[in-house]
Design a protein around this ligand. Structure first.
Ligand SMILES: NC(=O)c1ccc[n+]([C@@H]2O[C@H](COP(=O)([O-])OP(=O)(O)OC[C@H]3O[C@@H](n4cnc5c(N)ncnc54)[C@H](OP(=O)(O)O)[C@@H]3O)[C@@H](O)[C@H]2O)c1
Length: 247
């Protein structure tokens, strides 16, 4: 139980990679909290968790007051998982409002959550932040301009935090989870835009794989990778985490 005695918060922990990360962190011994956008989503996640204990908080990522209330519990680990893919569409087919809403969730809300969490972490002498990144942070994908810009900004935020706060014990990682079988990939397939939408569902990875890697990043075993963007498809990382080798 490598994370025994640690407390963790996973944003958007009610489904997909977030819910799998809640499970993986709890299995590693952490006391896990998660946020969801409704009481019904918390209840659905609790049903999925069964006997596993995790504490759900009703908070939209973009609601700063609600997020501050949750984060003021003072966590050792923050997993910035909540994210949205849309608007999916080429530049002239999307609205500025939808584009801005993506950046508000994927980047600005993650900044706010991280800043609030870090005040407690720095006071305690350290903590771990895992920012869910993407290959889209590093290369443009047709129809995903907002998502690519938000994730690129988040990747730079990871580096900026490392630059400023590594000496104060803040371990921060950007983590690309691969192409994972979640509702987000369902929306991508439905769009038919860009090569990711053409990947057959059976070729997608189960959410348990990136979740296990997220829990591993929260342990001292990952110290040497702090400040970096790490990708679950990296063979060395997979060996360290204990994931199956990819063909
Ligand atoms: N799946 C992939 O292949 C893939 C690849 C690269 C990166 N990622 C990243 O991994 C993370 C998780 O993705 P996923 O595939 O698990 O996505 P998902 O199945 O669509 O789940 C997204 C989660 O984020 C929550 N969320 C979205 N906006 C929120 C907000 N404003 N406040 C609070 N919660 C919010 C959702 O809550 P609701 O249930 O209320 O909607 C849901 O719990 C995302 O950051 C995504 O960009 C995923």
């Amino acid at each position: 139980m490598t994370l025994s005695g640690k407390t963790a918060l996973v944003t958007g922990g009610n489904r997909g990679i977030g819910l799998a990360a809640v499970k993986a962190l709890a299995e590693a011994g952490a006391t896990v909290h998660f946020t969801a956008r409704s009481a019904a989503n918390i209840a659905a996640a609790q049903r999925e968790l069964g006997d596993m204990i995790a504490i759900g908080h009703h908070a939209n990522m973009t609601d700063r007051d609600a997020m501050t209330t949750v984060l003021d519990h003072g966590f050792d680990i923050l997993v910035n998982n909540a994210g949205v893919i849309g608007p999916i569409g080429r530049m002239l087919d999307i609205s500025p409002e939808d584009w801005g809403a993506n950046i508000e969730t994927n980047l600005i809300a993650a900044f706010h959550a991280t800043q609030t969490a870090m005040r407690h972490m720095v006071a305690k002498g350290g903590g771990t932040i895992v920012n869910l990144s993407s290959g889209a942070a590093h290369r443009p994908m047709e129809g995903w301009s907002a998502y690519c810009c938000g994730k690129a900004g988040l990747a730079m935020l990871t580096r900026a935090i490392h630059e400023e706060y590594a000496p104060q014990g803040i371990r921060v990682f950007g983590f690309a989870p691969g192409v994972v079988d979640t509702d987000m990939q369902g929306s991508i397939r439905a769009s038919g835009l860009n090569p990711v939408s053409k990947i057959p569902r059976e070729n997608l990875a189960p959410a348990e794989e990136p979740a296990k890697a997220i829990a591993w990043l929260c342990t001292a075993a990952a110290d040497a990778l702090a400040g970096q963007e790490v990708d679950v498809r990296n063979p060395d990382l997979r060996r360290s985490v204990g994931l199956r080798a990819l063909e």
